[in-house]
Structures are given as C-alpha cells and as structure tokens.
Design a binder for this molecule. Structure first.
Ligand SMILES: Nc1ncnc2c1ncn2[C@@H]1O[C@H](COP(=O)(O)OP(=O)(O)OP(=O)(O)O)[C@@H](O)[C@H]1O
Ligand SMILES: [Mg+2]
Ligand SMILES: [Mg+2]
Length: 304
C-alpha cells in the first residue's frame, strides 16, 4: 500500500520508526511535512501539491501533528480524508482531542473516571469555584499545556487563588483539579491502537516532583494494565474518535482516572520502556483498516 506519514520532521524517532515498520512490511511510504502540502479547493475538484509536485493516491496517512501546527496540519489531513485516504485519527478528532477541557467534559458525560475538575472565567467567582472543588491540594493546569509545563500543585487555598489570579492576568485558559495524592507521582500511559492497548508503561516522577512526564525527568517501566485500566483507555479513545491514542491515567482509590488522551502519542518512550514494536502495530492496523474499507467500497460498487 502507498502510505504517507504526516510529520514535520523525518528524523524524529516516531517518524523514523513508522517509516521503518512500513518498509519492513513491504509498503511504499513517504514522510510529508504538512506545512509543505498546499491545496487548491474548487467545486470541480481538489488538488494537493507538495514541494511543487502533485500528490495523490495514498491509501492511508498516519498523522503526527504537533500541537503548534494543529490548525494547518488538520486542514491538510482533512484534505487527505476528502481525497479518500484512510487515517486512524481524523482531523476533526485530533482538533477536538487537543482541548483538555473539552475532553474532560465529553469523557465525564460518558462516565469515564477523571480527577474532579473545575473551571471558571470571572474573578468574582473564584472563591465559590474552589469551594465546588473541595479543599487543597489542587492541581492547576493550562488547557493547552504539554509535557508537564504549565501544570502546578498548590498546597494552600491562598496559593490556589494567587496562581489563578496570575493565570487570569495572562489571559491563559486553565483548569483546576483535585490532587490525586495516592498516585504518588506516577501515571500510566496506555497506547491504544484500534480496540486494544498494545503497550503500557508506568511513569514515575523524579524525587521532589509530582509530574511524571519523561520530559520532566520521569522514569518509565513496562506495566501490565488491569482489565479496568485497559477498558477505560480503549473506551476513552473510542469516545474521542481516536484509533491511535496515548491515554494517560492515574491509579486512584476509585479506579483509573483519565488525565488526557493524546492524539499523536510519541513512540520513543513507550517502545524503549516496553520493547514492543508499537510502530508495527500502528502500521498493521492502518493497513488493515484501509484495506477493509476499500473492499467494502468496491463491494458497494459491484452491488449497484
Ligand atoms: N490531578 C492530578 N493529581 C495528581 N497528579 C497529577 C494530576 N494532574 C496531573 N498530574 C501529574 O502531572 C503530570 C502532567 O499532567 P498532564 O498530563 O495533565 O499535563 P501535560 O503532561 O502537560 O500534558 P501532556 O501529557 O499533553 O504533555 C501527569 O503526568 C501526572 O503525573
Ligand atoms: Mg501528560
Ligand atoms: Mg497531551
């Protein structure tokens, strides 16, 4: 099959591994920088060019769209979808999943466990907002933060108020959560492909921090998720319409609590920690889905 990896940088570990896994399986694969794809949109037909040449005919694309290029990257991905390429994560699903607050609302509505979360706009409402949440410690996080930056822990109500005031002053969007102390600075990353958790790791925060992000010095080891954890991860990804997702959870007394669902989860940490060929699992899934979709479309054509 003719595959494209949509990625800004072909040297990144995740991109390299996807290319490698596709080649090992005998597919033709190309890395396309979404910012070098440009489009002609007209009712008589679409055209997409890449560095001066037309591109078409990709059976499937694997999007690796960084947070900084969500808008443009998703527009390009949508174009691939409109031109008939299969993608495990649609442009719409990626754009939706990027908004932590929105994810919390949608997942909570479906009964997925989450740390209790509050958000509000007006400073006059802060006292009642924090009362709705309960006593500190609180975790305050930027709505579109990443890699643990923009996540802070406040031990006292006065600190929560001061942090909230500061963020409002900066016009930042943020949410405030109960602190799950029993997670003890560890979180669980379940890598979902299709309807399965193909690999999972437990990340432990470095001494003196509560954030387990590997970018913040956390360490990872392989873990076998419980049945409840695996089911929660798969359901959360499905609810958000993602067929490749990194679901981050905390282990708590009330079961797994989802922190976030990443639509372009990195492969380096999880493959290194677990030794599992996650890239291969992604490619196998994408090719199987693209093939069965094509078969179904052909069946419709022969029926009519
Ligand atoms: N409510 C909470 N209670 C306890 N620990 C938390 C809580 N929220 C976050 N943490 C810790 O902080 C880390 C970072 O938080 P989170 O995953 O929400 O943001 P982020 O890592 O910046 O986002 P991204 O994973 O997209 O980079 C988590 O991995 C977890 O270890
Ligand atoms: Mg995280
Ligand atoms: Mg994330």
């Amino acid at each position: 099959m003719k595959l494209a990896i949509l990625s800004r940088n072909s040297k990144l570990y995740s991109t390299r591994r996807l290319v490698e896994a596709a080649r090992e399986r005998g597919h033709s694969v190309r890395v396309l920088d979404p910012l070098r794809c440009y489009l002609r949109i007209a009712s008589d037909g679409f055209a997409m060019h890449y560095k001066g040449k037309p591109i078409a005919g990709y059976g499937a694309v694997v999007p690796r769209i960084g947070a900084s290029v969500t808008r443009y990257g998703c527009a390009v991905l949508r174009q691939f979808e409109l031109m008939g390429s299969y993608t495990p994560n649609s442009a719409a699903a990626i754009a939706r999943a990027r908004d932590k607050l929105r994810c919390h609302q949608v997942l909570a509505a479906e009964g997925i466990g989450l740390p209790t979360t509050v958000f509000g706009d007006n400073p006059d409402d802060t006292a009642d907002l924090l009362a709705m949440l309960g006593p500190p410690p609180h975790v305050i996080k930027l709505n579109e933060g990443t890699q643990g930056a923009g996540v802070m822990l406040t031990e006292k109500l006065s600190a929560s108020r001061a942090a909230i005031e500061t963020l409002r002053g900066l016009y930042a969007h943020f949410l405030v959560q109960e602190f799950i102390a029993e997670a003890k600075g560890a979180d669980l990353r379940c890598f979902v492909v299709g309807e399965k958790v193909v690999a999972a790791m437990r990340r432990q925060a470095p001494k003196g921090d509560f954030r387990s992000n590997l970018h913040r010095g956390g360490t990872a080891r392989p873990v076998r998720p419980t049945r409840a954890e695996a089911e929660t991860a798969v359901r959360a990804a499905r609810i958000l319409g993602l067929r490749v997702a990194g679901v981050d959870m905390l282990r708590s007394r009330r079961g797994p609590l989802v922190l976030e669902v990443n639509s372009s989860p990195g492969l380096e940490g999880i493959e290194t920690a677990t030794g599992i060929d996650v890239a291969g699992a992604v490619i196998d899934h994408v090719v199987a889905m693209a093939t069965s979709r094509k078969r179904a479309a052909n069946a419709v054509l022969t029926d009519s």
